[in-house]
Design a protein around this ligand. Structure first.
Ligand code: PEP
Ligand code: MN
Length: 371
């Protein structure tokens, strides 16, 4: 991807960037009051949703086009560039006509390639920055795909927003962060800047500061935090919004750590730790390779003796035994279980291959997950 960084968007922005403002624009006064409040706490971009994608109908779906004027006025008063969510071609045209500085594509829209393509087509030939939220589901390719569609339409000013992923069941989060996904995104596209949106990850005020700090420690390029003069009375996302003063308290409590050590003594200490980690990783790789070698031998044995690959009792026993071994050493059950499941899946794959050696195997069943 050919990406222009936030600092080069021509809007006087710097990183770490703070994007703040209400979940939804509700009235001219509410937008202005929030803007003036958050301007005191280092806000680089003012946000407000004008068209709101709500999970269920008959909830507040945004004030519509009129809100664009309120947002622009607040931007003018505070001297801060403004952004809003666009979800279809009409939104794009109206936002462009109103002179909105930056657009963002929301999580529900990123999920739908048709919708993203329409937005990209509408933006062809326009030099406006677009921020792309992750799709609702933990699908990195879909997130990347949305940014590629914009790139293909000539948009270079792109940033990603990590707002967490939907899940079924209980959690302290509204959307699970699954930090490994934005980290993987960064690994693929080091030049792409990623902003974290703790508001939609948390869904509640009390853990915003901790998630913001975590984002800083993972070297995210900024934060999007929703704010409202009277959060409890907000027409959308009331539980997660903070007052401008609350925003100030979160921001002043954050520690921005250096992504790199500078002092030569510290650097060499870090270097020696990294060498240790490298060695241990190589040992892990050798150990895994030896394990797979044995697995293949077992596979041949099972094939020759006509024994099934999976034996549920043995697999249960392995999990129980390895948890007993690992947990006293400080390894979490989650980590051990996930690793064992991955290793087991790979073992089954090797053994299936051996079982089927010499037979015609239908290709493409495993690879074809992309759709
Ligand atoms: C929002 O930013 O208010 C919003 C609707 O976010 P998301 O698309 O992340 O749900
Ligand atoms: Mn919101």
């Amino acid at each position: 991807m050919d990406i222009q960084r936030i600092e080069d968007w021509g809007l006087g922005l710097s990183t770490p960037l703070l994007i703040s403002g209400p979940c939804s624009a509700e009235s001219p006064e509410q937008v202005m009051e929030t803007a003036k409040g958050v301007a005191q706490h280092g806000t680089g971009i003012l946000r407000a949703g004008i068209w709101k994608p709500r999970t269920r109908p008959n909830s507040f779906e945004g004030v519509g086009t009129i809100g664009l004027k309120w947002l622009k006025a607040a931007g003018k008063e505070t001297g801060i560039p403004v952004c809003t969510e666009v979800a279809n071609v009409k939104h794009v045209y109206e936002a462009l006509r109103a002179g909105i500085d930056i657009m963002w594509v929301g999580a529900r829209t990123t999920t739908n390639p048709f919708a993203v393509q329409e937005i990209a087509d509408a933006l062809e030939g326009v030099d406006v920055p677009v921020m792309v939220k992750n799709p609702i589901s933990p699908d990195l390719k879909l997130w990347i795909g949305a940014m590629e569609r914009l790139q293909n339409a000539g948009i270079k000013k792109i940033a990603a927003i990590h707002r967490g992923f939907a899940f079924y069941g209980e959690s302290k989060y509204r959307n699970k962060p699954q930090w490994e996904i934005p980290i993987e995104l960064k690994r693929h596209y080091p030049q792409l800047q990623v902003i974290c949106d703790p508001s939609h990850i948390c869904g509640r005020r009390d853990i915003l500061a901790a998630v913001s700090q975590k984002a800083y420690d993972l070297n995210f390029d900024g934060l999007m935090l929703e704010s409202h003069p009277n959060p409890d009375k907000a027409l959308s996302d009331a539980k997660q919004q903070v007052t401008p003063t609350g925003l100030g308290a979160i921001m002043s409590g954050l520690v921005r750590r250096d992504p790199q050590a500078h002092d030569p003594q510290e650097m060499s200490r870090l270097e020696s730790f990294r060498e240790l980690i490298d060695d241990i990783d190589y040992q892990l790789i050798d150990t895994l390779a030896s394990r797979m070698k044995v697995v293949r031998e077992i596979g041949k044995y099972k094939r020759d003796k006509n024994i099934t690959i999976l034996q549920a009792d043995r697999w249960n026993e392995i999990i129980r035994d390895r948890l007993d071994q690992g947990t006293p050493k400080g390894l979490s059950e989650d980590l051990l279980t996930e690793i064992l499941q991955l290793v087991h899946k790979e073992s089954i794959r090797h053994q299936t291959k051996i079982m089927n050696e010499g037979k015609e195997v239908k290709k493409g069943v495993e690879e074809n997950k992309e759709g």
